[in-house]
Design a protein around this ligand. Structure first.
Ligand code: HPA
Length: 274
């Protein structure tokens, strides 16, 4: 934990992202990427369906990246070429805030994606469902978020508009692919403990439909980088107190596995149209 890390101050996190993007270009042979997608719990199979894998790079070979600490995350970065000829950077290594490495490392993959040239960022995650009627295994479009972490990736007096953060234009494209998709507001808690039932009730009262431990901070960084953003949650479980049974990480992984083929297919189809 005390080892120096490339993102530690006084480093400029945007310069480190440029170095990481150069690593990706060198290791993949792909100079620029058009779209980036972060695969959260349950979304891992999408990489194969998006297109042909040009290169698979262990995250640890890219400046500033870490091994994922969470089971169900893959730990590699891939360069994938879609049938339409676009280059997609598939990020299977997410650093969570609860790992305790600081917000710079949480959003480094997003800043790196922007530095590779990506103009569109797709963030996916596994989340607890708060909205009545939702079932485990269901994908949901993220319409907005509530950041309950008390943290931000922005440093200093960086005032950035957060309107239409999860771009309506991109959500409309996803809805063309699957008109049955429901939408919801994602609440990011710091974790790593799951929420108490009272916290889940609070999230619902505040206007939240999904609870999770990622995405919001990455979304803010994507906006700062000028990328257009699309977000998907997989409801891996009903949130605490809504579910009659205690929460279990294995349940989250199992729900992801069961839904994987369907939601990954959906994601691949949406990406082809972006
Ligand atoms: N809460 C927080 N994070 C999660 C959940 C949850 O219920 N399910 C999957 N990730």
């Amino acid at each position: 934990m005390t080892d120096a890390h490339p993102l530690d101050a006084p480093a400029d996190p945007f310069e480190v992202a440029q170095t990481a993007a150069a690593d990706i270009a060198r290791l993949s042979g792909v100079a620029r990427h058009d779209i980036a997608v972060t695969l959260g719990s349950g979304w891992g199979k999408a990489a194969e369906l998006i297109g042909e894998t040009v290169a698979t790079i262990p995250a640890t070979e890219i400046t500033g990246f870490s091994k994922p600490a969470v089971e169900g995350h893959v730990g590699t970065i891939r360069s994938v070429r879609t049938p339409g000829g676009r280059n997609v950077l598939v990020i299977g290594a997410r650093t969570h805030l609860f790992e305790g490495h600081g917000v710079r490392r949480v959003v480094h993959s997003v800043r790196t994606a922007a530095a590779t040239g990506a103009k569109i960022m797709v963030l996916t995650n596994g989340a607890g469902g708060v909205k009545p009627g939702w079932k485990p295994g269901q994908p949901v479009l993220i319409s907005d978020h509530i950041n309950l972490t008390g943290r931000s990736p922005l440093e200093g007096a960086t005032f950035i508009d957060m309107t239409d953060l999860y771009a309506q234009r991109l959500r409309d494209i996803a809805l063309e692919v699957d008109p049955s998709l429901d939408s919801g507001v994602y609440c990011q808690f710091p974790g790593p403990q799951y929420e108490t039932p009272a916290e889940v009730r609070m999230a619902g009262i505040l206007g939240g439909d999904l609870v999770g431990m990622s995405t919001s901070l990455e979304a803010i960084a994507a906006r700062q980088a000028g990328m257009e953003l699309l977000g998907f949650s997989l409801v891996t479980n009903l949130a605490a107190g809504i579910s009659p049974t205690p929460l279990d990480h294995q349940e989250v992984i199992d729900a992801g596995r069961q839904a994987e083929a369907v939601i990954s297919g959906l994601l691949a189809k949406v990406i082809e149209r972006l």
